[in-house]
Design a protein around this ligand. Structure first.
Ligand SMILES: [Zn+2]
Length: 734
């Protein structure tokens, strides 16, 4: 404490604090936590708003509250307290009545005759320490507390009103302030807003206004209000993107909701320039630049410390600049993996893959398939204090505490590959690389994944097997990929049926379901639901979205297949045999469970023809030596076979009546089909290799897989023709 006391007196001499945190601000700047110009900016704002400096610094995004508290505790050698956990002594409250607590932003924790332990929002405010100390005639020992925790304690112990609570914890500015930081809560009547904006601008001269007027126009109250409303409405409507598009004769706003664009409003053409300028100002773009595309960001405050980021892109088109704003609402980011749409079983498997000590996990799907969300969720599961996580993203969409995120900027040479190289020198456990697009990135990613790092990345491919094919196409050798790969996850987003108007569709063409991949044995009980359309879902019958997933684990068989660089179709078969559910299978299960509609499942996933059942994919292979019996005349077993290698003799009544020598020829199917004992004996001549298929599946195979049925029939016909020839030859000889 001696050290702290020393610091205390030196600060006390140099600065007098009026209670808004001047000392704290100077301390942060002096110790290099914020720059001098950042402090200056905060102080300028403080002159107008009289807020606490720490609040302004937090709002400007220069430091978060946890960092400020940790800094204070370290710098002043004082403890951080959590008042409610600390079980304060309520009898002390009579010494510090509410108006005093509020004035100094303090809370009495514990005390004896001499010492009072005081929770303080700003322990650098020595005037407070002195004032409280002299009033209570005790030595005050400060602890630092967070704003929310202090407000919570006030609510609990001093029983303050909700408005008072809100006032303490709000991060938004308290004055009228610059319009873009305005605390906006409600959406006004849209129609009148639009016409107000149009009137205001037309007074200024409509389309012909020059540069300076445009800025004036952009700052117009009506335009400001309209733009705010367009942004707010997207949030309240649950949209993901806003499109503001100029056409020759119209100017329209469309919102993308659950992946579908809806027209939201028509704007008057004459506000085009003012509106674009206003958005450029908010997104800190160059308003004079009209010929080139620009990118920016808008931070919109929604009261109570909730902020929503928009990533804004402006693109010059034939009829003016088109604006797209994407909502990056942190509160909307669903990083709870159990809510993404994984089945329990698949989630368990995925969790196991995540926690492997090293390896590569790829998440794939087209743009807008939710793969970023899944990746963030996965990485967030691994986000623990002892794990160092580095990400390279293009661009960083959401910030996570405890994760080092890097924005890739190819224009200055910071590519995914160069970021990855730098990462390896930073000794991380987990690396997320936004996308693998080239050999360079792929090679380093694989190197990292096989040298003790868990590496996550994405690709733009359709499903798991094609992801492997893409990596091999890039130029990676099969053995390199197979040794590093842990698993691939492909996904799509399906619209969810509105739970308020859901009903079961009874009349369904069962054959169509079979054609679309529902297994024959379950098709009779397969359920289909949809939404009627109601107020809750705005008449669409859908509300929200859910993921459909295909997960390919790098099992031994899958690894072997990747090493030998088998075809995509072959890899798919092997993966399915090893338990992979295809996207279509998963989507159909979500249909049956009433989560999504048949239309969504059929529209967003494809039926993979190679999705054969395991018994057809990888039947047992048997090796026979010369003279070995494969089928015995008179037996009643029902299996059927396919010759892979070698020669077989067909023997009837002790005489060889034919042979089977054509590779891939089927035999033994007659008994399964006719349900009769074997009519001939079949023996191996020399060494042969034969596949065995279960006979009880033959009917189903012929019905379900016409290609295979044709091959079986062809084998049968060839054999019968040959036997026929042989018999007639024998007849001639006799
Ligand atoms: Zn509904």
């Amino acid at each position: 404490m001696a050290q702290a006391a020393e610091k205390k007196s030196s600060f006390k001499k140099s600065v007098q604090d009026s209670g808004t945190g001047e000392v704290l601000g100077k301390m942060l700047s002096k110790e290099g936590q914020i720059t001098r110009s950042q402090l200056k900016e905060a102080e300028e704002i403080q002159k107008k708003t009289k807020e606490r400096i720490s609040k302004i610094i937090r709002r400007l995004g220069y430091m978060d509250e946890d960092s400020i508290i940790a800094f204070l505790a370290r710098q002043m050698s004082i403890p951080v307290t959590n008042i409610t956990d600390d079980k304060p002594d309520p009898s002390l409250m009579k010494f510090i009545p509410w108006d005093m607590a509020k004035e100094y932003m303090v809370f009495p924790l514990r005390g004896d005759a001499k010492i009072l332990r005081l929770a303080m929002l700003d322990p650098t405010n020595f005037n407070t320490i002195e004032a409280v100390g002299s009033r209570l005639k005790k030595t005050v020992k400060p602890s630092v507390v967070s704003e929310k925790n202090l407000a919570d304690a006030y609510l609990k112990y001093y029983k303050i009103k909700q408005e008072e609570y809100d006032e303490i914890v709000r991060l938004a500015p308290v004055d009228d302030g610059p319009a873009e930081e305005e605390d906006i809560k409600t959406v006004d009547d849209l129609g009148s807003l639009i016409s107000d904006a149009a009137e205001d601008v037309s007074i200024e001269g409509g389309e012909e206004i020059d540069e300076s007027d445009q800025v004036g126009g952009a700052a117009d109250a009506a335009i400001v209000k309209l733009v705010n409303t367009i942004l707010i409405k997207s949030v309240t409507d649950g949209a993901s993107d806003i499109h503001i598009e100029p056409f020759e004769k119209s100017y329209q706003v469309r919102y993308r909701k659950d992946g579908v664009l809806h027209k939201a409003m028509n704007l008057p053409l004459n506000i085009k320039l003012a509106l674009v300028s206003r958005i450029k100002i908010m997104a800190m773009m160059n308003i004079a630049e009209k010929r080139r595309p620009q990118d920016g960001r808008i931070k919109l405050r929604l009261g109570k410390g909730r902020a929503i980021d928009f990533r804004v892109s402006v693109l010059p088109t034939l009829f003016g600049e088109s604006i797209v704003a994407r909502l990056l609402d942190q509160s909307k980011l669903q990083i709870d993996m159990t809510k993404l749409g994984f089945s329990r079983k698949m989630l368990d498997r995925f969790m196991e893959l995540l926690h492997k000590p090293q390896g590569l996990i790829l998440v794939t799907g087209p743009t807008g398939s939710g793969k970023t969300n899944t990746l963030y969720s996965a990485v967030n599961i691994l986000n623990e204090p002892h794990v160092k996580i580095l990400t390279a993203e293009d661009p960083v969409e959401f910030n996570f505490a405890g994760i080092n995120q890097v924005n890739v900027r190819p224009e200055v040479g910071l590519t995914f590959a160069s970021a990855l190289k730098a990462f390896l020198r930073q000794d991380p456990e987990v690396i997320l690389i936004g996308e693998i697009r080239d050999l360079d990135t792929a090679e380093i990613a694989l190197k990292a994944a096989s040298t003790g790092h868990m590496v996550f990345s994405t690709l733009h491919t359709n499903d798991c097997p094609s992801t492997v094919a893409r990596i091999l196409d890039i130029g990676i050798q099969g053995y390199m990929l197979s040794s590093a790969l842990v698993g691939v996850l492909a996904q799509r987003l399906l619209r969810k049926i509105c739970q308020d108007c859901k009903y079961e569709v009874k009349k369904i063409d069962r054959q169509m379901l079979v054609d679309e991949g529902v297994p024959k044995e379950t098709v009779e009980n397969f359920k289909v639901f949809q939404g009627k359309g109601c107020v809750v879902c705005g008449g669409s019958g859908y509300k929200g979205r859910v993921g459909a997933f295909e997960m390919m684990e790098a099992t031994t068989a899958v690894r072997d297949a990747i090493t030998s660089q088998v075809s995509e179709g072959q890899l798919r078969k092997i993966a399915i045999k090893d338990g992979m559910m295809t996207l279509r299978m998963d989507a159909m299960e979500k249909v049956h469970n009433g989560i999504t509609t048949l239309n969504e499942a059929l529209g967003k996933t494809v039926l993979v023809k190679e999705a054969l059942p395991a018994y057809l994919l990888n039947p047992d292979e048997l090796v026979f030596d010369d003279g070995d019996l494969i089928i015995k005349e008179g037996n009643t077993d029902r299996n059927f076979y396919q010759l892979l290698q070698g020669h077989l003799a067909i023997i009837k009544n002790g005489r060889i009546v034919g042979e089977i020598s054509q590779p891939f020829e089927y035999f033994g199917e007659m008994s399964s089909l006719m349900d009769q004992p074997r009519t001939a004996t079949i023996k191996s001549r020399g060494k042969s290799v034969v596949k065995v298929f279960p006979g009880d599946k033959l009917r189903q195979t012929i019905e379900d897989y016409p290609d295979i049925a044709m091959k079986i029939i062809r084998s049968l016909v060839i054999r019968l023709t040959e036997a026929d020839k042989k018999i007639s030859q024998m007849g001639q000889k006799q």
